[in-house]
Design a binder for this molecule. Structure first.
Ligand SMILES: *Cc1c(COP(=O)(O)O)cnc(C)c1O
Length: 362
């Protein structure tokens, strides 16, 4: 194989258990498996989570939900970011639960739904006043099951935005309660508010994505220590296609952006930006070769990249190197790769292309 990922379902299950034990029995844990489970493979990941006791899963589109149903997933599935109107039938047929973002859509809803409140992120959700929301819920043809919001800056402890969003959310909830409406689920937390222990935001359901895959992003400002301990579940490998020696002064790869300062041994890897290696890693990133970090030399091409193995001379064609993961005491995780590439760990994981084969391990 040119390049592949090994996904540890055991780690995914352990990460789910870690979230569950942190939030306790009164809070439901709904793992987020959108974007093909952040490229870990939504079907296998969902089955593993269901086996571990997950009763809810969250996806972005109706299509993602249907794929899970067609592959035998039986848990409740929340569709967080799709249209209701023309595709309404799918929700009923496949027993999917829609998130409704605007009060106009309430007239068309035929199944229990979760209503999203825009509390200040200014992305999806209704910004209506509590009284109006209560009126529309009362006249909708299907019952409300959940009330939710989403935070814009929960990892930034220098900002008051999360507090303001929580206040707004609590005001809406209080307004609904005054009108006699009590949603079964109240939720607003993804990984960061869970991991940093913002209990007030947990409600009775949390929506971890990143944490399930083993990541908690660093917070800004005066944040508490994360209370959640999870381990990355994905290891990304690439095969060496060729090893060669080049003379001092040789220019390596497109644009000749790397000039060999001395006689150098390079290895050509079977992975490039079409596999999801960020192009920005050219001359910047590192990979692990036989337990040692070695630099990427030259630009990342579509299907190939070149690394400097001068200090690791016994690597041979056909052997594998680690792009993400650990070997012995050395590791590279998605945060690290994201820093080199000037992006975020979420985008590194979601950027792993579908052509990169997945292998499931314990
Ligand atoms: C993606 C998503 C999540 C999960 O966020 P993580 O930071 O990956 O835990 C939670 N809620 C909503 C609405 C999302 O879109």
């Amino acid at each position: 194989m040119r390049s592949w990922v090994e996904v540890s379902l055991g780690r995914i299950r352990a990460n789910f258990r870690a979230v569950k034990s942190l939030v306790g029995d009164s809070v439901e844990v709904m793992p987020v498996v959108k974007a093909d489970a952040y490229r870990h493979g939504a079907v296998a990941v969902s089955h593993a989570l269901e086996a571990e006791g997950a009763r809810w899963l969250a996806v972005s589109s109706r299509e993602e939900g249907v794929v899970l149903r067609q592959n035998g997933c039986l848990s409740r599935i929340l569709v967080m970011a799709d249209f209701l109107a023309e595709e309404h039938d799918g929700f009923q047929t496949h027993h999917l639960t829609p998130v409704i973002h605007s009060l106009e859509d309430l007239a068309a809803v035929r199944v229990p739904y979760h209503l999203k409140i825009d509390t200040g992120m200014n992305r999806l959700g209704t910004r209506a006043e509590p009284d109006e929301i209560a009126r529309m819920i009362a006249s909708a043809p299907a019952p409300i099951e959940g009330l939710m919001t989403h935070f814009a800056s929960s990892g930034n402890y220098e900002s008051a935005q999360t507090e303001q969003q929580m206040e707004r959310f609590e005001a809406v909830l209080a307004g609904l309660r005054r009108a006699g409406i009590e949603p079964r689920y109240v939720h607003s937390s993804g990984t960061i508010p869970i991991a940093y222990g913002r209990r007030r935001a947990w409600g009775n359901l949390v929506r971890p994505g990143h944490a399930i895959y083993g990541y908690v992003s660093p917070a800004r400002g005066n944040a508490p220590k994360p209370a959640l301990h999870v381990t990355p579940a994905l290891t990304w490998k690439a095969s060496v296609l060729e090893v060669k020696d080049v003379e001092a002064g040789a220019l390596i790869g497109y644009g000749g952006i790397h000039r060999a300062a001395r006689p150098m041994r390079i290895a050509v890897l079977a992975a490039g930006y079409a596999d999801g290696i960020p192009h920005r890693l050219g001359n910047r990133g590192q990979v692990i070769v036989k337990g040692t970090l070695v630099p990427i030399a030259g630009s990342v091409s579509m299907d190939l990249m070149t690394i400097d193995v001068t200090d690791c001379p016994d690597i041979q064609a056909g052997e594998a190197v680690t792009l993400l993961g650990s070997e012995g005491s050395v590791s590279i995780n998605a945060h690290q790769m994201a820093r080199w590439a000037g992006t975020i760990s979420y985008a590194v994981l979601c950027g792993i292309h579908a052509r990169v084969k997945r292998v499931y391990v314990d």
